[in-house]
Structure formats: structure tokens, C-alpha cells
Design a protein around this ligand. Sequence first.
Ligand code: FE
Length: 305
Amino acid sequence: MTNSATAGLPARTSSRIRSLGYIGLTATDLDAWRTFATDVCGLQISARSTEEQLLLRADERSWRISVTPGDGRLTHVGWEVAGKEELDLLAAELDAAGVAVDDPGTADERGVTGLIRAKDPAGNQLEFFYGAKMGLDPFVSPRGITFVTGDQGLGHVVLAMPDMAEAQRFYLDILRFRVSDWVNMGPFTALFTHVNPRHHSFAMAPSPGPAMMHHFMLEVADLDMVGRTYDLVTDGAAPLTSTLGKHTNDQMVSFYMQTPSACQAEYGWSGRPIDDATWTTVVHDKPSIWGHRQVGPGPGAPQGG
Ligand code: FE
């Protein structure tokens, strides 16, 4: 039955993107990253790592975080789609929306079967892929950490956006990320979005400066893993940037620390999932129910979700 009220509205309301698949960072000191990844975060160094590329595992995938030599900035964010058909359709949709998209021919290097890339309006390099390689060996965390990944993906990333309206058009209208909520951070409001039950895989906050990643988040399976890691960090294993706290929107209990790159890592437990059938979007007047006191000189943008 045709309903005139819905005529002209897009038929597809969910994103072709299933999850945050991987991130690529740079750092001046790869050895520092190796130590931070294993001794603090509990990530495993992938056997696919080379002298020039540190590949880190958080689960059975062959890698989830790559670190290459550089000035500390984000090099790419990898978003996973279900398969070739979805990747082809996404490429066609990006093209139709006027977004330049190409195949850089780096699928092998990334350990995936198919890959395309495009830039978001802030200039962040995004990759869309399917068919990720699983690791040759079982995932074994050097600190006995279990990361919450699976259909919720790696975790989340929070990027600063010079133009929020443009960014929203790209991420909401073209990629069809769904709004989770907004959080008032004081001088500005951040937007949190989801592509699967994880409360947010991607958040954006306005920033007059150049595009940058404020933080990425790793979720672990129990509170003691957060607590023990917090002990290590407060004892000096890495610079603490925000104390233990609980977020208003995803209700994650977490803390923040400075990585050897120009971004922070949020380390948390028990983020609440979203069920799209019942979820309604709200505006939170503050980012945290308790805690998350800023204690260090983190890069630029705010503590958020
Ligand atoms: Fe976060």
C-alpha cells in the first residue's frame, strides 16, 4: 500500500556499516606504543607486525589497531560492511552523493578482502571494508584482558569536526549512522551515533582547529579489568588524563589516558547497548554522572562519552 505521507522518504534507514573495524594511528615512538599496548591496555602484538608497522589485536581478528611512524595523528578509520554487495552499494551511494571514492589497492596490506576509501568533510581518511582476516593464533591478552568486540566492533572513536553541519550531513544523511544522543559539554554540544547495539561507535564534537581524534575507546568484560588497569595508570604506567567516572549517555564506567599518539584512550566497562526498536534520543546536560575529572593536559577537545 502506498502511503503518501512517506512518499519521497528514503526507504533505507539503517547504515550499511556494521561496525567500527579498525583504526590507524601514527607515533614518533613505536616502542612506547608497544609497551603501552601490551603492558597497560592488554592488547596483543599481531604476528603480522613489522618494524615499520605495529599491529595490535583485541580479539580473534588478525589486528584492530595499527601504529606506523609519524607525528601522532590518525591515519585512517576502518568501517566494516557485511560483504561485497554492501561495499559496492555503499560505493555507489557515496558516489551519488558527490563523495569521491576509490579503491586504493591496499586490501592485502590491511588484511581484508575488499576495501574502498573516502574522506569525510573534515578530511579524515575513512576505509570501508569486508572480509577481514582472522588471526593465525588464538587471541591471548598479555594482561588477561577480554575486550568486548564481536558485533559491536572495536569500540568507538570521537573526532573533532570543524564544521558540524557538514559532518552531520555526511555521517547521518549519507552513511546513515543513527543518532544516539547529544551531550552538552559546556561550551558546545557533542553528537553520539551508532551503527549497531553499541551505544556509540562514532561521536563528533565541534572544534575550530584541524580535524583530529580526541580519543578511541576500548571496552573490557569486567569492572576489575578497568580497576586493575586504573591502578597501573595511577601508579605511572601511562599519563592519566581523566579519573574514573561514569558517563551519562552510555553509562560506561571508564577512565582516560594519554596514548603515545596525539589522542587519548578511554578504557571502560559496561556501556549500555541500544535497541533501535525502543530507543529515543535525548540531550544530556553533562557528560558524566560522577567522576571523569580532567587531570592531565589531553589534546584539545572535551571528555565525551
Ligand atoms: Fe568515549
